[in-house]
Design a protein around this ligand. Structure first.
Ligand code: G6P
Length: 324
């Protein structure tokens, strides 16, 4: 595919990146607690992992920014597994955070033989191929697909998912690349980017598993377009932040097959005369909707950046990863 920027190329590689993960056998064993350490986009992938490990596998799971965990480490039990996620494998805070850990250490990284692998008992590679754009896209989806697989597997082994449910979840995962390709071929996001060209502040709302995607979408918009975007859980947005809204600040809402929880917030925002744009991810079950919602927001960040004349592969002030 001949595309002008690595970011767009890497966004389009995601269906294949997921396909390559589907048939892999991966395992971390059965813990009684999972701790996740990461920074930036990898931290947002960690939030998806937390949702899946808690809600599907029913394992208590904590996520903490690596830098925060240096002064406030997560509690560990003898049977805790700590997962450090880092696309590069070179982020100094994540390496230092993993080194502090007493429990079994698992690294999830795209960096073959990267520094983090030296401090892990077990490494799972995300195999997404080199990611050149500073804004992470395909490595995020490669990280979350591994969390889906691990959570389903632990849940199956722990009898929290029946054989039938396990098979059906894996089947749903298999449908994702195809659904993603459909979305990648649509033009609606380019049109949305045009309408948001002058927008300096933006709210993104999600609910359940998509709260993490709202936060990740906001991070992509900050990194690639310098928009002051903030992601919130839809229900929580009503408890204060809704005061921010005026006619100048649009809200994007991730709406899934089960939209009842987010609909209440959308109705309240509209009742105050403010603007809500719905990002719909209804062609897959809600549990799997993050894959589509995140691609829609990545595309929005890309197109908005190019409309604004930003060199999307090399945004100001940030590096691909921080080694100090
Ligand atoms: C830097 C980048 C972020 C990235 C973060 C973590 O701050 O600007 O985009 O998500 O590092 O990188 P890692 O390689 O550890 O996933």
């Amino acid at each position: 595919m001949n595309v002008p920027h690595f970011m767009l190329k890497e966004i389009h590689q995601q269906p294949d990146v997921i396909r390559h993960q589907l048939d892999r056998t991966i395992s971390i064993g059965i813990p009684d607690r999972i701790n996740i350490l990461a920074c930036g986009t990898s931290l947002n992938a960690g939030l998806i992992g937390q949702f899946l490990f808690e809600q599907i596998a029913q394992i208590p799971t904590q996520v903490r920014s690596s830098s925060e965990s240096l002064s406030a480490p997560l509690l560990e039990t003898p049977n805790t597994i700590t997962i450090a996620i880092t696309q590069s494998g070179e982020t100094a805070d994540t390496i230092a955070a993993l080194q502090q850990v007493q429990s079994k250490r698992v690294a999830i990284t795209n960096g073959i033989d990267s520094t983090i692998t030296r401090f892990a008992d077990h490494t799972i590679y995300t195999n997404a191929g080199e990611e050149k754009s500073v804004a992470a896209t395909k490595t995020f989806t490669s990280q979350i697909v591994l969390f889906y697989k691990l959570a389903f597997q632990i849940a199956h082994e722990n009898q929290k998912l029946s054989d039938r449910e396990f098979a059906s979840h894996l089947e749903s995962l298999k449908q994702i690349p195809q659904q993603m390709e459909k979305l990648l071929n649509e033009n609606t996001i380019v049109e949305l980017a045009q309408t948001l060209k002058e927008t300096r502040d933006l709210i993104i709302l999600g609910s359940g598993i998509n709260t993490a995607i709202a936060v990740e979408g906001a991070l992509k918009l900050k990194e690639a377009t310098y928009t002051h975007a903030e992601g919130y859980a839809a229900g929580e947005f009503l408890h204060g932040p809704i005061a921010l809204l005026d006619a100048e600040i649009p809200t994007l809402a991730i709406v899934t097959e089960d939209d009842s929880r987010i609909q209440k917030t959308i109705d309240r925002i509209r009742a105050h005369g403010n603007h809500v744009i719905e990002i719909t991810a209804k062609s897959v079950p809600e549990l799997f909707s993050p894959f589509l919602a995140v691609v829609a927001l990545q595309l929005l960040a890309y197109h908005l950046a190019t409309l604004r004349g930003i060199d999307v592969d090399r945004p100001r002030n940030i590096a691909k990863y921080l080694t100090t």
